[in-house]
Design a protein around this ligand. Structure first.
Ligand code: N01
Length: 536
């Protein structure tokens, strides 16, 4: 175990021990850098450590939602399902930590509270709840969707039953049998938890503010033949990921939804629906997120499915999204989601028209009715994109607070660096493809780029690197231009920070495609890291 008290000076400090943090430690250590990780949790895993709610699983298929950096790892590890469940992904990350002996570099139960850049020494001092250390570089691997957002319900304290957040689920099994359960939130977490909880709870009341387009995952055991095929073709699969807009191993459709007849369109949608997964948006048509008319055809396809499954037409309509284009809120994957609302022990409550007003010891009250509840589950989301970093008091040049710098919205260059904050790198930071690309691929690309930059500085005797303000402004403006050519920014979602009261509205994901973004980052590095300034 690393003791920051004993060896307080490092080349790099890594914040977080999820997919990104673990790989950052692997990579930095491989290049001979002295590295320390700080992790808030008691063990590795990041979001897969915290999100243990029933039904939690990944909505990317595991054979590509996994590391590519070790041939031995990808050849030996066997996924049991198409979409691994949370325990299996956590087991994988534990295996990686053990296999590569990573835990000895990480201080657990250590929440980073403050980090200050010393301009004279070109060093960061990072203070955590378990001690302080200094380093030339800080690599934030704190995650894009990791800062839990607890809704500010007045009177929630009055509720005396069991209260759980999907994003901070207990390690012990939660038994819903015989319980009257209420759940708030129908995003990806809620959509996965609802069918599972409904199976054991005495009654489940779903409090829905905005219906979502829930697509089938079609999860299934990993076919051994397919697993063998994957293992034999991993090089091609990983190359496809690197060269695709979503960092996934599929070719995207090249046709518009409006260029085919309604019958052909329905057949294309049905085929993708039957196959399952978020591939629906890759496999079908190329203009679903850029053209509202095209988008409407996909939205209506899903609504017609809801009507065909949900027996009560009133409930079917309540579940049918009409206020946002499909995919502009992250579509959840969930098998049996809509059929769950046919169960006699499930009630759907529309809290958009009748909001939750108060709580009592055993009830949730809305403007219209009171619902008896023993257990309340809040699947209410995260302060995404910026929350994890802004919860740390980050001070850059001249004591500039990151909170002040980002008061009107985040600004980064390439999602990798922030002007005014030298030697701070952000893995999958705002304005990188981050949450719209397959995460492990994005993480590896970022960490490799960062490690390459650190290596370059070491070999050139450079002491600091800092994004230029003009490069940063240009990149943020370019990202906004690309985003504004799509339907995404129109919708109030966590993508634009609309779920956080007071958060500036901003679409902080780079939508130009992972492959072209990766090529751009490579060009930047080849051109002597243009857009970054260095100093000795
Ligand atoms: O969070 P969300 P999530 N009163 O923000 C509602 C990833 N992920 O944890 O839409 C009432 O999407 C809110 O309603 P509304 C994935 O990228 C991946 O589900 O704001 N309701 C919404 O229904 C995902 O997108 C996986 O009107 C309130 C829900 O709570 C992201 O994480 C699994 C409320 C929040 O949905 C976040 O997903 C899980 C309030 N005060 C998550 N506040 C997989 O890989 C919020 N809501 C499968």
């Amino acid at each position: 175990m690393t003791d920051p008290g004993k060896s307080p000076e490092y080349d790099g400090i890594v914040i977080g021990a999820g997919f990104a943090g673990l790989y950052a430690i692997v990579k930095l250590r491989e290049l001979g850098f002295n590295v320390l990780g700080f992790e808030k949790a008691s063990d590795v895993g990041g979001v897969w450590y915290w999100n243990r709610y029933p039904g939690a699983r990944c909505d990317c298929e595991s054979y590509y939602y996994s590391y590519s950096f070790s041939t031995e790892l990808q050849q030996k590890w066997r996924w049991s399902q198409r979409y691994a469940e949370q325990p299996e992904i956590l087991a994988y990350l534990n295996h990686v930590a053990e296999q590569f002996n990573l835990r000895r570099h990480i201080l657990f139960d250590a929440t980073v509270e403050r980090m200050v850049f010393d301009e004279r020494a070109n060093r960061w001092t990072v203070t955590s709840s378990r001690g302080t250390a200094t380093a030339k570089f800080v690599i934030s691997a704190a995650g894009c969707i990791s800062a839990l957002q607890k809704p500010d319900y007045p009177g929630l304290d009055a509720f005396a039953g069991e209260l759980y957040y999907t994003g901070a689920w207990p390690h012990e099994e939660v038994d819903f049998s015989g319980r009257r359960v209420g759940i708030v939130g129908t995003g990806a977490s809620g959509a996965q938890a609802i069918p599972i909880i409904a199976k054991t709870a005495k009654h489940l009341t779903v409090f829905q503010r905005t219906p979502n387009f829930v697509l089938p995952a079609r999860n299934a055991p990993m076919d051994p033949g397919f697993d063998d095929w994957v293992k034999a073709h991993y090089d091609e699969i990983r190359t496809m990921c690197l060269n695709s807009p979503g960092a996934v191993p599929f070719e995207g459709s090249k046709i518009s939804a409006l260029d085919v007849s309604p019958e052909e369109r329905a057949a294309v949608y049905q085929k993708a629906w039957d196959r399952g997964g978020l591939r629906f948006f890759v496999d079908t048509f190329n203009d679903l997120i850029t053209n509202k008319e095209a988008n409407d055809t996909a939205a209506e396809f899903v609504r017609s499915h809801i009507r065909s499954v949900v027996k009560d037409p009133r409930i079917a309509e309540m579940l049918s999204p009409r206020s946002h284009p499909i995919a502009t809120k992250r579509p959840p994957l969930g098998d049996d989601y809509y059929a769950t609302f046919n169960r006699p022990n499930v009630t759907l409550v529309d809290i958009a028209s009748t909001p939750i007003t108060s709580f009592s010891a055993r009830a949730v009250r809305t403007a219209e009715a009171s619902y008896e509840i023993d257990t309340l589950v809040l699947a209410t989301g995260f302060d995404a994109m910026t929350g994890a970093l802004l919860r740390i008091d980050v001070r850059g040049r001249g004591g500039l607070a990151l909170k002040a710098k980002w008061a009107e919205g985040a600004k980064t260059y390439l999602g990798l660096g922030v002007a005014g904050f030298p030697n701070l790198f952000t893995v999958t930071g705002p304005f990188s493809p981050s949450v719209v690309a397959n995460m492990p691929t994005g993480v590896e690309q970022h960490v490799d780029w960062i490690a390459g930059c650190m290596n370059y500085m070491r070999s050139h005797g450079l002491e600091f690197v800092e994004a230029d303000e003009s490069a940063e402004e240009g990149w943020v403006a370019h990202s906004a231009e690309v985003a504004n050519a799509t339907l995404y920014p129109q919708t109030s979602s966590w993508y634009v920070g609309a779920n956080i009261p007071g958060k500036p509205r901003q679409f902080s994901v780079y939508l130009g495609g992972f492959s072209s973004y990766r090529e751009h980052c490579e060009r930047v590095a080849q051109n002597g890291y243009e857009g970054f300034a260095f100093g000795r």
